[in-house]
Unconditional design. Structure first.
Length: 287
């Protein structure tokens, strides 16, 4: 085990105001075995308020935080950053860090033992990365907390499934950590397409997409083509038309409404694009 020398500039402190609300996962329950087996010793869902503050000079556990909303400030001996929604904070054991809220901060968190499963974290710095499976993980943790308070054996209906999902998503997320620069950029691309998919009505452009991942348009084009076999705007069109296909199957919305929801200026341009995508016009596809 590598032990670092504590950094004297990082304060050793934990301040939790009475206005904060935290729900802890029931890790001692038998149904939480999929989390315990992955070295999770504490975990929870927190709604934090200033002046919440944590500083650790030489922690004995790995810390993982997903930010759902709000923000906080992070300081380490190497950097000073703002923690924003959609980001994953990974603080390996024995790395000094200090963070505090400046606004309300809604987040998920895990304390992980130094076990073999997480050995890839050992020599890495404190890092802020795009989160990959934030919403599914939040849903699984919420479900587990909810099931744990049910009377009798009712919790056994769904709680084991929620625990397995949460453990699997956490392991999948961290398995991509400490990769090459290209692998880490792929995480940013995945987060980019999640953002696009959540706002298909936006007037997306290559320049806007490139700015969101801080690369040139040419770099973005090469990376997206290599990963997805399509140019950036072709990927946007793919997401739009996949959503349109779902809406045609499952709703009775008129074509004008579907075109608007997926980001086409009018039903005519939508119909042309959909026919190229499926080989059939939207009306015939629906029928």
């Amino acid at each position: 085990m590598r032990i670092s020398v504590p950094d004297i500039n990082i304060p050793e402190t934990v301040k939790i105001p009475s206005t904060c609300r935290e729900r802890f996962l029931p890790l001692q329950a038998a149904f939480s075995a999929p989390l315990r087996s992955r070295g999770v010793v504490m975990a929870g869902i927190s709604d934090l308020q200033p002046p919440y503050e944590v500083g650790r000079r030489n922690p004995s556990f790995h810390l993982v935080i997903y930010t759902l909303s709000g923000s906080a400030r992070l300081e380490t001996p190497q950097m000073s950053r703002t923690i924003r929604p959609g980001q994953l904070l990974i603080c390996p054991a024995h790395r000094a860090y200090h963070y505090w809220t400046e606004t309300k901060w809604h987040m998920l968190w895990f304390h992980l033992q130094e076990i073999r499963l997480w050995s890839r974290l050992a020599d890495q710095p404190v890092s802020l990365l795009p989160a990959g499976s934030q919403q599914p993980l939040a849903a699984a943790m919420e479900g587990l907390v909810h099931e744990a308070v049910l009377p009798g054996n009712e919790a056994w209906n769904l709680a084991p499934s929620y625990a397995r999902i949460a453990g699997t998503l956490l392991e999948r997320e961290l398995s991509r950590y400490a990769g090459t620069a290209a692998q880490l950029f792929n995480l940013e691309l995945d987060a980019l397409w999640e953002r696009v998919n959540a706002d298909l009505r936006h007037s997306w452009s290559v320049s806007r997409l490139a700015r969101l991942v801080n690369v040139s348009e040419g770099t973005l084009h090469r990376a997206v083509t290599a990963r997805h076999g399509a140019a950036p705007m072709q990927m946007v069109a793919r997401l739009r038309l996949q959503r349109a296909e779902e809406l045609l199957r499952s709703t009775d919305y008129p074509l004008e409404r579907i075109a608007e929801l997926v980001g086409y200026a009018n039903p005519f341009s939508f119909s042309r694009a959909f026919k190229r995508y499926k080989g059939i016009c939207p009306r015939l596809f629906r029928s």
